[in-house]
Design a binder for this molecule. Structure first.
Ligand SMILES: Nc1ncnc2c1ncn2[C@@H]1O[C@H](COP(=O)(O)OP(=O)(O)OP(=O)(O)O)[C@@H](O)[C@H]1O
Ligand SMILES: [Mg+2]
Length: 258
């Protein structure tokens, strides 16, 4: 299937089973360039499994994942990352014993790797790259409000700041599509607002966002479109106002039996 004009990601008939449990069944959706799309649904609905398939951590049983005209299914995670798809994790994953700057430098390396030989001899090209990386890092830590903490250990940052560092690090890989898995889990309302502002800033810088989120207030305020999953299936897809009044969505969230 050809990717429609302006479509950044097109997931078709995606399915994944674990020992007979259908984590994801026949899920299809698209994300247009420049959109913020949220993927919501009750615990165990299959949201993270969808992210894991898009980013190559799980291999789908069936279906296809078209990204900017490329089939991602079957590619390894690092190749998908190099194509410009970056993610954060539901359970924060940072290099805790490295500084903020160190975490960012590792991610820049993913953006365009330097050969070992070139790195050892610090050629002019390598020095130029280091300058570019330093500029990129400065821009991104400014954007997430961590300029003053460049030298701090990741483990010493507040929880909200660690979450923001994880987003900046994902951006440093040169992401064009950013997948955020519950970036506000465990955050205070003020920290949630910072993530809201940050998501908008990231989108305005030209990056498309797919967001898994349980905070309905945030979802309703930030999303251009919302996709709802329940028991591995997509049950709704539409603008926030539509989703708010969708009977099937209400039922999934009220936990009605059956
Ligand atoms: N690696 C795995 N092995 C076995 N089962 C898995 C695996 N990953 C996911 N599952 C199962 O697939 C289903 C969907 O899980 P998933 O983590 O995708 O849900 P989720 O929507 O992200 O939920 P939550 O909101 O709790 O994070 C669950 O039943 C889960 O137990
Ligand atoms: Mg999850």
């Amino acid at each position: 299937m050809a990717t429609a004009q302006g479509m950044m990601l097109e997931v078709s008939a995606l399915a994944k089973n674990f020992a007979g449990v259908a984590a994801v069944s026949d899920v299809s959706f698209g994300v247009s360039e420049g959109e913020i799309v949220s993927l919501i649904g009750p615990n165990g609905a299959g949201k993270t499994s969808v992210f894991n398939m898009i980013t190559g951590f799980y291999s789908p049983d069936t279906g296809s994942i078209q990204y900017a005209g490329c089939e991602l299914r079957g590619l390894e995670p690092f190749r998908i990352a190099r194509l410009g798809v970056a993610r954060t994790f539901q359970n924060l994953e940072l290099f805790r014993d490295m500084t903020v700057e160190g975490n960012m430098q590792v991610a820049c390396q993913c953006h365009s790797p330097i050969s070992l030989g070139a790195a050892m001899f610090r050629s002019a090209a390598v020095r130029r790259r280091e300058t570019e990386d330093a500029e990129r890092i400065a821009r991104l830590v400014d954007a997430v409000g961590l300029r003053q903490q460049l030298g701090s250990m990741a483990s010493q940052l507040s929880y909200g700041a660690q979450r923001r560092l994880e987003i900046a690090r994902a951006m440093a890989t040169g992401a064009r599509l950013l997948l955020l898995d519950e970036p506000t889990a465990g955050m205070s309302p003020a920290e949630v607002d910072e993530i809201l502002d940050l998501a908008k800033k990231v989108r305005d810088s030209g990056v498309t966002i797919l967001l898994i989120e349980h905070n309905m207030n945030l979802v309703m305020r930030v999303s251009d479109r919302i996709i709802v999953m329940d028991h591995g299936m997509k049950i709704a897809d539409g603008e926030p106002a539509q989703i708010r009044r969708d009977a099937r969505v209400r039922q999934a969230y009220l936990g009605t039996a059956g």
